[in-house]
Design a protein around this ligand. Structure first.
Ligand code: HEC
Length: 125
């Protein structure tokens, strides 16, 4: 008789089973920054955690610190590929106050894709 009761309880429980959408597999990492939405999203998450304390990370916010350029402007001075190289080697882009980052190839591509996506530019995109 016990088994019968258990069966009923279990049947009731399965009704509220949760379904989660699996995140898309991100196996393909482009060698250069792309406009891939998943990469950009990933990059935004990294930048929010690692850079937002000092840099403006959005398209129109101001940097928390007056001595930091908003990230949406940095590619005006930096070629994305050159910056990507810096990131890959662990970023040290020439200022003592900014910590070195080691984002790895995937993180680098993500951050670069995000940076490209927020750059100020005329007209296109
Ligand atoms: C602790 C503060 C701090 C953090 C965190 C930080 N930065 Fe910076 N960053 C700075 C400062 C300060 C400058 C400006 C230095 C200068 O102009 O000499 C700067 C400048 C830059 C520049 C321009 C480099 C140059 O020499 O003009 C880039 C690109 C950059 N940061 C990217 C990033 C990215 C990407 C992240 C997150 C992964 C990040 N920074 C996190 C402080 C920070």
């Amino acid at each position: 008789m016990l088994t019968l009761v258990t069966g009923l309880v279990l049947a009731g429980l399965t009704a509220c089973g949760e379904e989660q959408e699996a995140p898309p597999a991100e196996e393909t990492v482009a060698p250069s920054p792309s406009q891939d939405a998943a990469l950009i999203e990933n990059g935004r998450a990294i930048v929010e955690m690692q850079c937002a304390t000092c840099h403006a990370i959005g398209v129109e916010d101001d940097s928390p610190r007056s001595d930091t350029p908003p990230l949406r402007t940095v590619l005006a001075d930096y070629d994305p590929d050159a910056l990507a190289d810096d990131f890959r080697e662990g970023i040290h882009v020439g200022h003592p106050d900014m910590p070195d980052f080691n984002l790895g190839p995937k993180g680098t591509d993500s951050v670069l894709a995000y940076l490209v996506s927020i750059q100020e530019r005329d007209g296109e995109g």
